[in-house]
Design a protein around this ligand. Structure first.
Ligand SMILES: [Fe+2]
Length: 301
């Protein structure tokens, strides 16, 4: 088997409001829409993904929290109902997904080899978290591409931010080695919001967009600074200021998916394509793409 490669990485945040607003059959609550700019951003990302034709989607979610070590979905077929514990009124989603267990096991082995604590998740009745489900639904609602799900060990919350993100860097490198070794054509999804300051009251109805705007002006300015650097391909500079961004904007990238994805791709100094930005309950969300095929860093199908 030829060596595998990473085709692209997407910043693909997971506010369940986006699924709610789209009214897919799989989600029980009904809405009158809302958050269109972000949902249309995801429509553009979906078209890119369609063209890439990957074998597998890998997603790291901050809401599958594992206290000890980095865990990987390790059951070939998972189905059930995923409910957001904060917004059960918006997200009660019936999921049915296929897992690329061979690649997950390779990721688990490579990460262990690089010194991380790892474990395969083998519970056949496991309820997949809403972060993983929302990101996957927004990127590929057909659910016809196998996935690898990675948990958030949340080491950045127990250790210093820098030490925790160093672990995520290692996890990214291990992921790249596993993809290479198994010959997969892979797309990485970093399920992270940027500025995470949010409102504490929900409008009635929740999709009342006259109430939606950035919760924090300082946080908004931070988001624009980071996005602008990413659009210019100033990756090194972004990672230099990432701890300060996390601290001052309470950014969800602290949980590590963003670092994991960039480490796996080798931190390319490549302009990211912004598909769209919008707030959800005041938090800042960007859908962005780093297409390594278009950049000549990976081969087209
Ligand atoms: Fe989140």
């Amino acid at each position: 088997m030829a060596g595998g490669q990473i085709l692209a990485g997407f910043l693909a945040p997971h506010p369940p409001h986006l699924v709610y607003a789209e009214n897919p059959e799989a989600n029980e609550p009904r809405s009158k829409g809302g958050w269109e700019q972000l949902r249309w951003a995801y429509e553009r990302a979906r078209r890119s993904l369609e063209e890439l034709r990957p074998d597998v989607l890998l997603v790291h979610s901050p809401h599958w929290i594992t206290q000890q070590g980095h865990h990987f979905l390790g059951v070939k077929h998972l189905s059930g109902r995923s409910v957001d514990p904060i917004f059960p009124n918006l997200f009660r989603y019936s999921f049915d997904l296929g897992v690329d267990v061979e690649l997950a096991e390779a990721c688990c082995e490579e990460a262990a080899e690089l010194g991380l604590t790892t474990k395969m998740m083998r519970n056949p009745n496991f309820r997949v978290d809403y972060g993983t489900i929302t990101t996957l639904h927004m990127m590929r609602p057909q659910w016809d591409i196998p996935v690898v799900g990675l948990s958030a060990n949340n080491s950045p919350y127990y250790l210093t931010t820098e030490e925790g993100l160093e672990e995520m860097d290692t996890l990214g490198k291990a992921t790249a080695r596993a993809i290479e070794r198994t010959g997969r054509r892979a797309v990485l999804l970093a399920s992270n919001t940027l500025c995470h300051y949010h409102f504490s009251e929900e409008p009635d109805p929740p999709e009342d967009m006259s109430r939606e705007h950035p919760q924090s002006y300082a946080g908004y300015l931070w988001d624009m600074r980071i996005i602008d650097l990413l659009r210019q391909g100033q990756t090194t500079q972004v990672f230099e200021i990432l701890p300060q961004f996390i601290e001052e904007a309470f950014a969800e990238v602290k949980s590590g998916a963003f670092t994991w994805m960039f480490a796996a791709m080798g931190y390319p100094e490549l302009p990211g394509e912004l598909h769209g930005y919008g707030t959800v309950i005041g938090t800042g969300n960007a859908v962005m793409e780093w297409n390594l095929v278009k950049a000549g860093l990976a081969e087209a199908a």
